[in-house]
Design a protein around this ligand. Structure first.
Ligand code: GDD
Ligand code: MG
Length: 362
């Protein structure tokens, strides 16, 4: 009987080169995986789960704001990891990014991650499915209510993937690509080098057409793509509240995470999994629910912030109401302003006292 190498001998590859367009203006200053989420860069939560599964060699496929990753994670040793960086001067797409790291792989098998997914998947179980089937590639699959924004991935009764339809208007099932794969290195080496390749639109359909063994691993634990502001707020709150698994939370699980140097008035109410960043102030009577407040921000007395992101150094003045909004770095939201629903305020903008903005997306 064949013996299978344990997870320690599998390389982890994380795709972090995207521009995070849907999270602007937050992603103007930091790439999506580096955004502070429940107190640490989002990527740190994923790395903690990779480490807990036993993988130690991690390759980051970077492009947009590539240097920010190495500045924070260094060689990975303080995280118990050995991190390699590969930079695409011009983004190569998801498949091109995977091909581009091939010469850094040390094992015959690699686990590939989209860098913006929060999940409770048992990584070892994914590897076991891959090895039991003897697959060329194994995909983590989940069920969602609406598959149109994802890669739709039907499987046959034996769990073999039968098609891959990226962002289809009429998806045949609600089963989607969850953005985590096991690849045999030999398959990665067959992806064309030096040009843009979409793993979703080109590699997976090509493998299926060629008769490769592509297995599906369906899982129903926690799963969220943090690509939009509302998902980002939800994911951060779920990490703080212990609903989404992580080994990297910088404090106890609870209704709020208040980081060092935050000055929160005892008469303020912080709830719903809110994170209050370092060196912030929150005034008397302020209510902050289910939100992410970045370092150095100020929330004035009596202000009400719900399901929003407040950028670094931003100021929400007294009695302002901010709901479902993204407030960029250093923005000033004047006293008694009302910003409700899907509003995004670009860095540095100053909204005069009493401004009212509503959005149809609310
Ligand atoms: N290195 C590199 N180079 N990384 C990239 C590039 C690139 O050119 N383009 C995208 N990425 C990274 C992003 O940073 C992100 O971590 C990941 O690849 C996926 O890109 P997204 O832009 O977030 O894709 P998506 O959410 O629309 O769709 C993908 O994820 C869905 C699950 O959330 C697809 O894989 C879908 O099939 C899948 O259902
Ligand atoms: Mg995504």
């Amino acid at each position: 009987m064949a013996t299978h190498p344990p997870a320690e001998q599998v390389d982890a590859v994380i795709l972090v080169g995207g521009q995070g367009t849907r999270l602007r203006p937050l992603t103007l200053s930091a790439p999506k995986p580096m955004l502070p989420t429940a107190g640490v860069p989002f990527l740190e939560h994923l790395l903690s789960r990779i480490r807990a599964a036993g993988m130690t060699h991690v390759v980051l496929g970077t492009s947009y704001k590539a240097q920010t990753f190495a500045e924070y994670f260094g060689d990975g040793s303080s995280f118990g990891l050995d991190i390699d960086y590969v930079v695409e001067e011009v983004p190569l797409g998801t498949g091109g990014a995977i091909r581009n790291v091939a010469d850094r792989l040390r094992a015959d098998t690699a686990m590939i991650f989209n860098g913006d997914i929060l999940s409770g998947l048992d990584l070892t179980a994914l590897l076991t499915t891959h090895r039991t089937v003897g697959a060329d590639v194994t995909l983590h699959l989940v069920q969602v209510d609406d598959a149109r924004a994802f890669g739709c991935v039907p499987t046959d009764p034996a769990g073999r993937v039968t098609a891959f339809l990226e962002k289809s208007e009429q998806p045949p099932t609600n089963q989607i690509n969850a953005g985590c794969y096991v690849f045999e290195r030999s398959v990665i080496e067959q992806i064309p080098a030096g040009r843009v390749v979409s793993v979703e639109r080109e590699t997976f359909p090509g493998l299926l057409a060629a008769g490769a063994v592509v297995a599906g691993h369906v899982d129903s634990s926690y799963w969220l793509d943090l690509g939009t502001p509302s998902a980002f707020v939800t994911g951060s709150a779920d990490l703080v509240r212990g609903i989404a698994p992580t080994m990297a939370l910088p404090g106890p699980v609870g209704e709020s995470l208040v980081l060092d140097g935050a000055d929160v008035h005892p008469g303020a109410a912080i709830s719903g999994g809110t994170t209050i960043g370092r060196d912030t102030t929150v005034g008397e009577g302020a209510v902050v629910e289910r939100s992410v407040v970045f370092d150095g921000a100020r929330i004035g007395p009596g202000a009400r912030v719900t399901s929003s992101v407040i950028g670094a150094g931003a100021h929400v003045a007294a009695s302002a109401v901010v709901a479902n909004a993204v407030i960029g770095d250093r923005v000033v939201v004047g006293e008694n302003c009302e910003l409700v629903g899907g509003i995004r305020v670009w860095p540095g903008v100053e909204l005069p006292a009493g401004s009212v903005r509503f959005s149809a997306d609310s």
